[in-house]
Design a protein around this ligand. Sequence first.
Ligand code: SF4
Length: 204
Amino acid sequence: MSKKEAMAEIVNEISICTKCRLHQSRTNPVPGEGSLDSSLMFIGEAPGAREDATGRPFVGAAGKLLTQLIESIGLSRDEVYITNVVKCRPPQNRDPQADEIYTCLPYLRRQINIIRPRVIVTLGRHATKTVFELAGIPFGSMTRVHGEEFRGRIDGKYVTIIPTYHPAAALYNPNLRRTLVEDFQIIKEALGKEYKGPLDHFIS
Ligand code: SF4
């Protein structure tokens, strides 16, 4: 099965998914979008109102900022893959609950396995905590981990994980916006690095 076919299968499953309570209040599920061959994958927390209305990730004000940040490191949105930990909008934009994240997680895992990015950028605390758990990395706090590179294995393959803040948190906070700009420079550097160590393709 090609990457395209495998992702289409996931998108189909998500479109009719009723595995957790979030399906009751969603308008559209938001599976994710972008290049399946990208070295860079962004993982946010959950869709918001505009994402729920359109079925596309990061299309509101926070999405506009994310797009600018991606462009600030010389890439376009089409060249990366963007998704969230949970694919349906939590009511009133509340945080996704642990059981909802756990139930939805197999979709994200399969997406990571199809794309096999070299670098995963987690946006915000929930995404960071979830992806760190998948990679077996202990999570402390965003203040301690943002803008740092972590090497972990997800389903046997090495990946670099760089946490940063969720763009929504930086919309009205110029200091946090500056931090995001700096963290994106770390992402740019990480994409250009050759990592020494076990050869990923020998690890099943
Ligand atoms: S959030 Fe995930 S598990 Fe829950 S209904 Fe939506 S797609 Fe299914």
